[in-house]
Ligand binder design. Structure first.
Ligand SMILES: [Zn+2]
Ligand SMILES: [Zn+2]
Ligand SMILES: [Zn+2]
Length: 371
């Protein structure tokens, strides 16, 4: 069924040249995946900028007081079995600074397309070949993600690219020579290691006698178990069908790529802020993001612009489908206190009032040792 038009090309498969057609938009397709760049560069929509800049920031809330901070520290001590409970009662709080940490997240949902020639055993039936028309261009084939902002891969056979060829692996025999016996059908007997003899203990004579091997009747060779003595194995490439249906496979990958940044004034560890509950004070999504420039926090404006630039650069060979910017305000209170004459510091953070206190004064109240 190989046709002889002048647009033949081909791929090398197991060192055999398969003469496949070439099609507009698929000129470089081989049996290895080739990325196909989107037909147009990514361009943000100019109207989205005004819409995004009209979105107001919600006011963050930090309601921590001396009492709520002491209560939080008490609860923190109770959740650690060895921690002394008297610290919050005997401490002198010098200062509470109620601030916020801001967690900015940029998510870019991208689409990536690649093509390759592939095949499957031909089991008969209709062939959708080039006689049905020109194959559609790689980016004009319709494919939508099941949901945005999640990773997903879909595979689509490109219409009108099917061709049937003889199987290159078995040369259309459906079978290949057995890899164990190399087609000889018999292998060295495992019971006698090929000698034809085995030793047998004679109890009466109390000695070992050489006797003919029962496994191979003394021949040293037994039937090959891999091919059941036929010398051939079914061809795994065509699964015995002798012919292969070749076609171009389009792979569409949807990827969610996220970058984030934490802006904070006090020295609470960034990882704690990222994992904490906070209030979402800003969210905007569109087909492509514009940098935030209307936040009263200068660092957020700068970082929004920098991360968007970074994503544009990183994902320029992919199609940007959707982008989302989110800012979460996490309340963070830094508490300076004195305990037994020593100046110390702890933090209450997140809307659940979590505590970060790495140098809690009474870490081993009952003298126990942590195993
Ligand atoms: Zn065999
Ligand atoms: Zn044997
Ligand atoms: Zn085959």
């Amino acid at each position: 069924m190989q046709d002889n038009n002048d647009r033949r090309r081909g791929v090398r498969c197991n060192n055999i040249f398969i003469s496949l057609n070439t099609y507009n938009g698929y000129e470089n397709a081989t049996d290895e995946e080739q990325q196909i760049l989107p037909p147009r560069p990514n361009e943000p929509n100019i109207d989205d900028r005004e819409k995004m800049l009209a979105v107001k920031f919600d006011k963050p809330i930090n309601k921590n007081t001396t009492k709520s901070c002491k209560d939080a520290l008490n609860e923190f001590a109770s959740s650690n079995c060895c921690y002394g409970k008297g610290v919050s009662t005997n401490m002198i709080i010098n200062n509470i600074s109620n601030e916020f940490a801001y967690h900015y997240i940029l998510e870019t949902c991208t689409e990536w397309r690649s093509v390759k020639w592939t095949f499957e055993p031909f089991i008969g039936g209709y062939i959708d070949g080039p006689n049905n028309g020109e194959p559609p261009l790689p980016w004009s084939i319709s494919c939508t993600p099941s949901a945005l902002f999640m990773n997903e891969t879909k595979e689509i056979p490109v219409p009108h690219t099917e061709q049937v060829f003889q199987c290159h692996n078995c040369k259309a025999r459906g079978f290949v020579v057995c890899s164990r016996c190399k087609g000889v059908k018999r292998v060295r007997c495992s019971k006698c290691s090929g000698s034809g003899w085995v030793k047998k203990f004679d109890a009466k004579q109390k000695r070992h006698d050489k006797t003919s091997c029962g496994g191979c009747s003394g021949s040293g060779k037994s039937r090959c178990g891999k091919c059941s003595g036929s010398g051939e194995l079914i061809c795994l490439v065509c699964r015995g069908r002798k012919q292969l249906k070749w076609f171009i496979l389009l792979t569409v990958s949807f990827l969610n790529n996220a970058s984030d940044y934490v802006h904070r004034i006090n020295s609470i560890p960034i990882e704690l802020v990222k994992g904490a509950n906070g209030k979402e004070i800003f969210k905007y999504s569109s087909n492509m993001a514009w940098p935030i420039s209307h936040s009263t926090i200068k660092e957020i404006n700068v970082l929004s612009s920098q991360l968007i630039d970074k994503h544009r650069q990183t994902y320029k060979s992919q199609k940007i489908l959707f982008e989302k910017q989110t800012i979460k305000a996490v309340p963070v209170s830094e508490i300076d206190y004195r305990f037994k004459g020593e100046s110390k510091r702890f933090w209450v953070y997140g809307t659940q009032g979590e505590v970060h206190c790495p140098d809690y004064p009474q870490q081993h109240c009952c003298g126990c040792t942590i195993l």
